[in-house]
Design a protein around this ligand. Structure first.
Ligand code: NDP
Length: 331
């Protein structure tokens, strides 16, 4: 039988396992013009939380009782579509099913001999592109500048920090545990890392770790962490707003400091983005990331959870900071 995970209820606040439903159906067969795909790796991502709300956004909400979708790596196990053969691996936005058919449109082939298959969901996939293009297109780092990254121990944050170092910047990361903070300065070569859960004064810690002030703030989390960073920005600071995970489960949005006087007096630019905004730059960005990776100038971490049934729990664990680097489920 073929297991399927659907959205059973729209979460109120923090999602729970009860919001998901696992059911079984017959394994499909490929019709003419189709391929049969066996799911190998599933990406769980914070942005999926937004799609669980019944609100208009940049992507339509998930429908109740329909399979959830996310980035998936799958193996072609049957092909009646030109251009695909058994044993090919593909990636695309696919359904949380063990097996599914596709006409192959909107799927890209991936090559496990160039890089680990799972890396196409992380550093060579959406999160790597988000880090690279958010930082270079909006942050526009110049050598010698100081970058602060929040959510620094995650999939996007670890890549942002490393690219900042490659481009000659001082990089300070903010993360949720001492273990992750140590990983940032050792494995990922950040200059300094701050644990936001143990600091007594985040604003003061940012000031002391950024003696020249903050030129770029790559914001993955929003909320009070970002308030503390913004209090330390320099004139002409650039603030790519990539994510706001600290606010995704709030049933009411808290009000923070009014930012207009600060942005005005610092001549600062705060700009939100969705990675699709930069889609025409994906091929060149992927080439650059692949090159850096092959030259060992970039590295990555993954937290791999095993088992199809554990996809919802892996998603929930993102909000508890249980991942180091990219959270992926291996089927
Ligand atoms: P991560 O790998 O960073 O995983 C989420 C991490 O967020 C957790 O490990 C946890 O780390 C941290 N976190 C969870 N809750 C909170 C909280 N309340 N306050 C502060 N930190 C928290 O996820 P991604 O790298 O995939 O994504 C990072 C951000 O980028 C997300 O906000 C996501 O929505 C956004 N994003 C945006 C894209 C775009 O196109 N704009 C594309 C991809 C991602 P810790 O231990 O440090 O708390």
């Amino acid at each position: 039988m073929n297991k399927v995970i659907s959205l059973d209820k729209r979460p109120k606040g923090k999602p729970t396992l009860h919001d998901f439903k696992i059911t079984s159906e017959e394994i499909p067969t490929a019709n003419d013009g189709e391929i049969l795909l066996k799911t190998v790796y599933v990406s769980v991502d914070p942005y999926l939380r937004g799609r669980m709300n019944d609100t208009k956004s940049y992507v339509p909400p998930f429908e109740l009782n329909k399979p959830i979708q996310s980035g998936i790596i799958a193996e072609v196990t049957e092909s009646k579509q030109e251009g695909f053969k058994n044993g090919d691996y593909v990636t695309g936005n696919l359904e949380w099913k063990e097996y599914q058919t596709s006409n192959g449109k909107n799927l890209q082939k991936v090559d496990g001999s160039i890089a680990k298959l799972s890396s196409y969901l992380g550093i060579l996939g959406m999160t790597g592109l988000t880090a690279y293009l958010g930082l270079t297109e909006i942050g526009v780092p110049k050598e010698g500048e100081t970058i602060v990254v929040s959510g620094a121990g995650g999939a996007v944050g670890t890549v942002v920090g490393q690219i900042g170092k490659l481009l000659g910047c001082r990089v300070v990361g903010i993360t949720g545990s001492d273990e992750k903070a140590a990983l940032l300065t050792s494995k990922f070569k950040f200059d300094e890392a701050i644990n936001y859960n143990s600091t007594k004064d985040l604003k003061a810690d940012i000031k002391s770790t950024c003696p020249q002030g903050v030129d770029i703030y790559f914001d993955n989390v929003g909320g009070e962490i970002s308030d503390a960073v913004l209090a330390n920005i320099n004139k002409y600071a650039r603030l790519p707003v990539c994510g706001a995970i600290s606010l995704y489960n709030k049933t009411e949005q808290p009000t923070g400091p009014r930012l207009q006087p600060l942005l005005l007096t610092k001549s600062a630019t705060m700009r939100g983005f969705i990675i699709g905004d930069f889609s025409e730059k994906f091929p060149a960005a992927t080439e650059q990331l692949t090159k850096w990776l092959s030259e060992d100038k970039l590295t990555f971490s993954e937290t791999i959870v095993e088992g199809f049934d554990n996809i919802p729990q892996a998603f929930l664990d993102l909000f508890e900071g249980k991942n180091k680097g990219k959270m992926i489920v291996k089927i």
